[in-house]
Design a protein around this ligand. Structure first.
Ligand SMILES: Nc1nc2c(c(=O)[nH]1)N[C@H]1C(S)=C(S)[C@@H](COP(=O)(O)OP(=O)(O)OC[C@H]3O[C@@H](n4cnc5c(N)ncnc54)[C@H](O)[C@@H]3O)O[C@H]1N2
Ligand code: MOO
Length: 393
């Protein structure tokens, strides 16, 4: 059986989606969304030379004083006059440097008696000390956030400072989620020996919670072709995510149900552990990603495929999770043909994979802080070797 390599499967999943229409939103509602157009500064920051400290605006040429204090400049209330020879103006952080002034003497290095000001320390060592020059941060017309970049807290703050009140983003991505399996019951309800509390919908919603999505919950679908087909046929969403029923058993009906509901399959089964039986396809503008039922497999495939797809449709230029490198704390065996994502913990700067890597084990996943990525056919690794990891907690 030939299995699709991960990077190829990821590219194909992104290609199955249809981009969402754009909308303009207030910057207060834009956290976590992606800019779909470059955001350009509408003003220069600072708009004029400002003081970086509380103290006295002076002319550097007049060092080491003394000075005569002729007025005050506060943030938002500039001094109207000019600083002449031997003159100083009381100034506060963020206030405009008055005309004629060029340097700020901090108040800790000055003593004042009425309008008489004396140096009481070393004073500013050079011209323009403690002055923030006009345009130090950015100038009108500068790029603040590029198209495809995420609107993080700091980027929203720079938009605000740049005089930008609204940004163009993709409208929220509509994600429909269905769990499948006769054994599944809603969490928190009493379960007999043959019932299993359903956890994948909560897992998925939580994994997508920081993305711009609206959810449609299709609930728990029984392993019945007619019920699944009816449910899938009705879906009006950008992305349909199913979990379970993706493998080869007699009760694994997601593929035939999607087919009967009008979806065409793009691929099924990939070179990934856990997550091999994943499938993907589309119907019109709706992409479908069918995740395996095992919770850890659902977690890994959601991280590698569903989150990136949603981010991509939201306008992300770089939608994939970013790997970093870590030092192995113990040896690892050689890998076979599937990329492996091992549940692991970071301790004292070294990474340790759990001894049992069973894709049903949620407690192991819940204790893990990262996944160690083992590429196909990776040779055995020793303690001290470096490995790629994905941080998950
Ligand atoms: N003969 C073969 N059997 C299996 C193969 C194979 O290649 N040949 N692949 C195995 C792999 S790998 C995986 S992964 C699983 C995934 O199969 P399914 O996607 O069909 O998942 P289910 O059979 O429906 O469920 C698997 C497991 O997970 C539990 N589950 C399912 N949904 C949920 C949920 N929403 N919340 C919590 N737990 C869930 C379910 O009860 C099962 O225990 O197939 C292997 N078999
Ligand atoms: O690949 Mo399955 O996804 O082992 O668990």
């Amino acid at each position: 059986m030939s299995l699709l390599p991960i990077d190829e499967a990821q590219a194909r999943v992104l290609a199955l989606g249809t981009f969402a229409a754009h909308e303009e939103v207030d910057i207060h509602d834009a956290l976590g969304r992606w800019a779909v157009k470059p955001v350009v500064a509408q003003r220069t920051q600072p708009a004029r030379d400002l003081s970086a400290m509380d103290g006295y605006a002076i002319r550097f040429a007049d060092m080491p004083g003394p000075w005569r204090v002729t007025g005050e400049s506060a943030a938002g209330s500039p001094f109207a006059g000019r600083i002449g020879a031997g003159e100083a103006v009381r100034i506060f952080t963020g206030a405009a440097i008055p005309d004629g002034g060029d340097t700020v003497l901090v108040q800790e290095e000055a003593t004042r008696d009425g309008d008489r000001l004396l140096l009481a320390g070393e004073g500013p060592p050079h011209l323009a000390r403690n002055v923030r020059r006009r345009g130090l941060d950015f100038a009108e017309g500068d790029l603040l956030v590029d198209a495809g970049e995420r609107l993080t807290p700091a980027r929203l703050a720079v938009c605000a400072t740049g005089g930008v009140g609204r940004v163009a983003v993709a409208r929220p991505i509509r994600v429909a989620i269905a769990a499948t399996g006769d054994e599944l019951v809603e969490p928190g309800t009493s379960a007999g020996l043959d019932a299993l509390p359903e956890s994948n919908r909560l897992l998925l919603r939580s994994l997508l919670a920081d993305l711009p999505v609206t959810f449609m919950d299709l609930g728990i679908l029984p392993d019945r072709l007619d019920v699944m087909t009816t449910a899938f046929a009705k879906v009006a969403a950008d992305v349909l995510v199913t979990t379970g029923g993706a493998s080869v058993g007699d009760h694994d009906l997601v593929r035939p149900a999607l087919d009967a509901a009008g979806f065409s399959l793009d691929f099924w089964r990939i070179a990934l552990r856990p997550g091999k039986p994943m499938l993907a396809g589309r119907r019109g503008a709706t992409a479908v990603v069918g995740l395996p039922g095992n919770p850890v497999s659902a977690f890994v495939t959601a991280l590698l495929f569903v989150r990136p797809l949603v981010a991509h449709l939201s306008g992300a230029a770089d939608p994939f999770p970013r790997a970093s490198s870590a030092i192995l704390g113990e040896p690892l065996a050689a890998n076979n043909n599937r990329t492996d994502y091992l549940r692991a913990e970071m301790r004292d700067g070294r990474v340790y994979a759990s001894t049992i890597q069973d894709s049903s084990m949620l407690r192991t996943l819940a204790r893990s802080t990262c996944l160690v990525i083992r590429p196909p056919h990776a040779p055995a690794a020793r303690a001290g070797d470096s490995a790629e990891i994905l941080t998950i907690a």
